[in-house]
Design a protein around this ligand. Structure first.
Ligand code: PLP
Length: 365
């Protein structure tokens, strides 16, 4: 700690000098986060001091959280869904498995996840003492439902499907997984952290949500395609009060029980997330998603014209390519199989894609 405090001028010139070291968003092609929409920023600033960990002190903010869950419940074909706002996909996935463990008793509990599952499931299994069984993918980069079914036994407390995989942007065959879940009375968690704000707005949405009877819980992240401020995630449950199974006593708060993972929880990104949803509505989100999908198609076609093949034909706006190099200063990422990966987020506009393709072409010339 500094012995003597800084002046406001010195403090903010120091902070802005450090901020300048961050990568300019115009060159970020690797992230599943994006620039928050201005309405999210405004709403976030309005609710800066609110703490949903003690909701009795912030009943107005708490009502926004309930509204956010209701909006997602409706979008996911189940208005009565329960749930709460998390810090993102990692917390939602941890809490989904924690819930499965609380509701399904097993001596040596295991979970069946696809090979493509986000690494947050490793953290969840580690924390919760669960065996993680990994189901292989088919040649289309989607989880093989048959292989998943073979891994299920009497100690399986949860099966996981991903709707919009982190690396290849694929949607697992959730309808097949849901059938298996119904047959075996399994808890099925759908990780739609990315795809939950894309798939419902596609021209031909693939089934992945509560419309499928076997789906128990869904993770969705407003701080990804929802253009909210960070950190904003949501965990949705089919039954309204399902999360009560995780309740612990909280004697000194305005509420006497709590099922969330975090104690103190920011209301600001919840307001930000709701602001974006209500500002755009379904029609506005369809336009945003259509733009991102169009840009994904243009990127794949443009790379094709340069002789670079896609590694997969994605269901959502994540493009991957069989190639080994990308031009600087662009920030791209690489999948575990060594494929170039670009996420066509809302800040990755058509002109940014053309600029990248130009630089890529120059690099290969
Ligand atoms: N699930 C999926 C499918 C993701 O793509 C991600 C992150 O990219 C996560 C979970 C983890 O989300 P977060 O980083 O918000 O915790």
């Amino acid at each position: 700690m500094l012995n003597k405090g800084l002046t406001e001028d010195d403090l903010f010139s120091f902070l802005s000098s450090r901020k300048k070291e961050d990568i300019d968003h115009r060159y970020i092609l690797s992230s599943m986060c994006t620039l928050p929409h201005p309405v999210a920023v405004m709403a976030h600033c309005m609710f800066m001091e609110t703490n949903l960990g003690d909701p009795g002190l912030f009943p107005g903010t708490a009502s926004l959280e309930r509204l956010l869950i209701e909006r997602f419940g409706t979008l996911f074909h189940h208005r009565e869904a329960g749930g709460y706002a998390t810090s993102g996909g990692t917390e939602s996935n941890i809490q989904a498995l924690r819930l499965a463990k609380a509701l399904r008793h097993a001596t040596c509990p295991n979970v069946v996840v696809p090979e493509s599952a986000h690494f947050s499931f490793k953290k969840a299994c580690d924390i919760l003492g669960l065996e993680m069984r990994t189901a292989p993918l088919g040649p289309d980069h989607r989880m093989s439902a048959d292989a998943a079914a073979e891994l299920v036994d009497k100690n399986t407390i949860c099966m996981v499907g991903v709707a919009g995989t982190t690396e290849y942007g694929m949607v697992d065959p959730i309808a097949d997984l849901a059938k298996i879940a119904c047959q075996h009375d399994l808890f099925l968690h759908v990780d739609a952290a990315f795809g939950g704000m894309v798939i419902p707005f596609l021209e031909r949405p693939v089934p992945f949500d509560f419309a499928l009877p076997g789906v128990t819980t869904i993770a969705v992240d407003p701080h990804k395609m929802g253009m909210s401020t960070i950190p904003a995630g949501c965990l949705l449950t089919r039954e309204t009060d399902m999360l009560d199974a995780l309740n612990i006593d909280t004697p000194y708060l305005t509420v006497k029980k709590e099922y969330t993972l975090a104690g103190t929880r920011p209301g600001a990104p919840v307001a930000g997330a709701l602001a974006v949803l209500d500002y755009f509505g379904v029609e506005g989100m369809k336009a945003i998603v259509a733009g991102c999908m169009k840009n994904t198609g243009r990127l794949i076609a443009g790379m094709g014209a340069l002789g670079i093949l896609p590694a997969a034909i994605p269901d959502v706006n994540v493009a991957t390519f069989i190639c080994e190099k990308a031009p600087s200063p662009w920030k791209v990422s690489w999948t575990r199989n060594g494929h170039l990966r670009i996420v066509c987020m809302p800040h990755v506009t058509r002109d940014r894609i053309e600029a990248f393709l130009n630089d890529f072409g120059d690099m290969h010339a």
